[in-house]
Design a protein around this ligand. Structure first.
Ligand code: NAD
Length: 339
């Protein structure tokens, strides 16, 4: 645990238990240089405590990089609430987490993430003001989709020489809040869609509504396409999966897509352009950070519109320096965080 904190330069780790509600939660605060840490609140089942802590630390680091490169005055953090086999009272669990969060005195502000909803954020808001994406402030997914769609066009321009998606084959892995709405936009832009999800019902809907071609979860990664868009879980780009890819570029919403940074070098060697996840998927964080500060929708929209140019800048540096865009994005983010 301490080794991972040191290697990721994570500032602090906070563990919370509340026996009456069954709460077992981890908050990782990665960096507060640019402002209070902000990040998602996950509610998932983990194999063991170490996996939960590792997830919180890695996500917190990604949040610091994401906020820095998006030009937000926020640091990075992340919360993980461990999901048991059975929860007696979900509202009480999230209210207990709100009390835990409040004890950090605003050093960490949280928002929806995998396994949580705006209703859960409402429960957290019963005990603290350090929460956003409540039902009143709104789910950030739609804004994440706007950024990812624009980022896919910028990626197509950099790799294929056109940002016209008409006729491009795009493989969307995961049809959740982001993936499904993204598929809808890609279809409207004339892309040919290949889709997979663990939930067969979501796949059926995409087939019916967007004329998408269903592909099994295992086969999608090796299906020939122009752009592979991971929008389900993280860690989908490993040494093994990268050898299977048959695409020109990878650009999707999932957090922590790379298992290691070396995998990005492998993508580069194979001529596959990688859109760094924390650059392309910053739309959700931009929305929650700016709504929490009371900014207007026009300010948020202006901020979102910078995602494709930021990505193009990263691709430009990468091409000039013959390095992976992932390494360039990390270098730029660390320069902002550590000088
Ligand atoms: P979600 O939970 O609504 O959807 C995820 C979907 O992926 C589900 O339908 C699930 O069944 C599917 N899935 C999971 N594992 C899969 C696999 N192996 N193969 C195919 N499908 C699989 O999540 P979301 O809000 O749509 O977010 C998707 C990803 O984007 C996550 O990694 C999230 O961290 C990231 N992200 C989300 C936002 C946001 O605002 N929602 C913002 C930035 C990044």
């Amino acid at each position: 645990m301490f080794a991972l904190m040191q290697s990721t330069r994570t500032q602090s780790l906070h563990l919370f238990v509340d026996p009456p509600s069954g709460l077992r939660a981890v908050v990782a605060i990665h960096n507060e240089q640019l402002g209070p840490a902000m990040g998602g609140c996950r509610y998932l089942a983990y194999a063991d405590d170490e996996s939960a802590v590792t997830d919180a630390i890695r996500l917190a680091q990604g949040m610091s990089y994401k906020a820095a490169l998006a030009g937000l005055a926020q640091g990075g953090g992340n919360a993980v609430i461990m999901r048991g086999a059975h929860v007696e009272n979900r509202a009480a669990l999230f209210e207990a987490f709100g009390r835990a969060l409040d004890s950090l005195n605003g050093r960490f502000i949280t928002a929806v993430d995998s396994g949580t909803s705006t209703l859960d954020m409402d429960c957290i808001a019963q005990s603290t003001s350090h929460v956003t994406s409540t039902t009143a402030s709104g789910d950030p997914s739609a804004h994440a989709v706007i950024g990812v769609f624009a980022g896919i066009r910028a990626t197509a321009m950099a790799r294929l020489g056109t940002d016209n998606l008409e006729g491009l084959r795009i493989a969307v892995q995961g049809l959740g809040n982001v993936g499904f709405a993204l598929a809808e936009q890609l279809h409207a832009a004339g892309a040919e869609l290949l889709v997979s999800d663990l939930d067969a019902g979501k796949v059926r809907l995409a087939v019916e509504q967007f004329n998408a071609q269903p592909v099994t979860n295992d086969a999608l990664v090796s299906t020939p396409c122009d752009i592979f868009a991971p929008c389900g879980v993280g860690q989908v780009l490993s040494g093994q999966s990268v050898t299977q890819l048959r695409c020109a570029a990878v650009a999707g919403s999932a957090n922590n897509q790379l298992t290691t940074l070396q995998v990005a070098d492998h993508l580069e060697k194979r001529g596959i352009l990688y859109a760094p996840d924390y650059v392309i998927n910053a739309g959700g964080l931009i929305y929650v950070a700016l709504t929490h500060r009371g900014e207007s929708l026009s300010t948020i929209t202006a901020h979102l519109s910078r995602i494709p140019s930021r990505l193009t800048e990263v691709f430009g540096h990468a091409q000039a320096e013959k390095r992976s865009p992932a390494r360039v994005a990390q270098m730029l983010a660390e320069r902002l965080l550590y000088g």
